[in-house]
Design a protein around this ligand. Structure first.
Ligand SMILES: Nc1ncnc2c1ncn2[C@@H]1O[C@H](COP(=O)(O)OP(=O)(O)O)[C@@H](O)[C@H]1O
Ligand SMILES: [Mg+2]
Length: 326
């Protein structure tokens, strides 16, 4: 396939509130290329999940994607029919969530659910799909896969349920896997195992991964590129080394201030003074201006757009843009 597996271009997703529509994804653009891991990071509520849900056309009503363009495996997501989109989901593009319980049917065995998912997308017999499910369970290191095939979700630990979700996703051999905080609900040791699995999947199957996380250790270990979100917008994006070692946006700098110590798994992002303003409290102009230690009066004039600070490394900040221009 030519071009990125996922291309999001100037996407605007909104929810109605107080007679207006609030942007939860505000003109976001990003690309995930074949075989790479793009980490989408930022504090809670900044729009990471909504970005992923927009890409999969899963934004819950009354939210909606208002404008922009989304290309998934070369197809125009916003133009696909409902059935084409359903075929895409769980086929070429799969998604796993923080809380696997909510994505598994509590009254059906996990094996049957994976079999069903496979047979929804491929014409294979039950016996063949069952064989493949057990192979996948084995591959994601679910112990006693034959026996676990017949288990119900509530009989499995959180870590095992997440392995089932990964097995289900991987059985489809997706080109893109969106993993939304896949390890947040798990113990630290289990987190490490799940991340190792994702890495293997990415290497062996060449699956591109959009990894949503607020865990710097995860970013450090898995990401090829990083996109940093703040108040519904991407404020910095680039190769992992560029963003981690040469962050330019004051927000990213703040997040990373404690990196050497925090670059261990399980550590949350460094706290920045103040709280993320809710959409009704967004300042005019740059939304980070109320918390920014480099704020200038012009920062209130307009929302900054992207400036390239190095090849493939962009920053949305007036102050940085001036530094680059000099
Ligand atoms: N169902 C909903 N209705 C209205 N607003 C929502 C809904 N779901 C999420 N939001 C809002 O969208 C914004 C982005 O949320 P989300 O993408 O879940 O953030 P993140 O994943 O980065 O924590 C938040 O301000 C949140 O309150
Ligand atoms: Mg989220």
């Amino acid at each position: 396939m030519i071009g990125p597996v996922l291309r999001i271009d100037e996407v605007l997703t909104t929810f109605p509130a107080a007679g207006t529509r609030i942007p939860v994804v505000d003109h976001v653009s990003l690309e995930v290329h074949a075989g790479e891991v793009l980490a989408l990071v930022g504090e809670s509520g900044c729009g990471k999940s909504m970005t992923a849900l927009s890409a999969m056309r899963l934004v819950p009503k009354p939210g909606r994607v208002e404008s922009g363009n989304i290309q998934l495996c070369g197809r125009d997501v916003l133009a696909l029919s409902v059935s084409e989109m359903r075929a895409m989901r769980g086929g070429e593009a799969a998604m796993i969530f923080q809380e696997p319980m909510t994505s598994l049917n509590p009254v059906q065995t996990v094996g049957a659910q994976v079999v069903e998912a496979i047979r929804l997308h491929e014409r294979v017999s039950f016996v063949e799909a069952r064989k493949r499910t057990i192979e996948m369970f084995d591959r994601v290191q679910i112990p006693d896969p034959e026996q676990r095939f017949g288990a119900y979700p509530h009989q499995l630990s959180g870590g095992l349920k997440q392995r089932v979700m990964i097995a289900m996703a991987a059985a489809m051999r997706p080109k893109l896997l969106i993993a939304d905080e896949p390890t947040t609900a798990l113990d630290v040791t289990i987190q490490a195992q799940i991340l190792e699995l994702l890495r293997e999947l990415q290497r062996e199957l060449g699956t591109a991964i959009l990894l949503i996380t607020h865990d710097l250790g995860v970013v450090n270990e898995l990401a090829d590129r990083i996109a940093v979100m703040y108040a519904s917008r991407i404020v910095e994006q680039g190769e992992r080394v560029d963003v981690l070692a040469s962050a330019r946006h004051p927000y990213t700098e703040g997040l990373l201030r404690s990196v050497p110590a925090a670059a261990r798994r399980g550590e949350a992002l460094h706290e920045i003074a103040g709280v993320v303003p809710s959409p009704s409290e967004w300042p005019a102009g740059c939304r980070f201006s109320t918390r920014c230690d480099r704020v200038e009066s012009r920062c209130g004039d307009a929302v900054p757009t992207s400036t390239q600070v190095a090849p493939g490394h962009t920053v949305d900040c007036f102050v940085v843009a001036d530094e680059v221009a000099q």
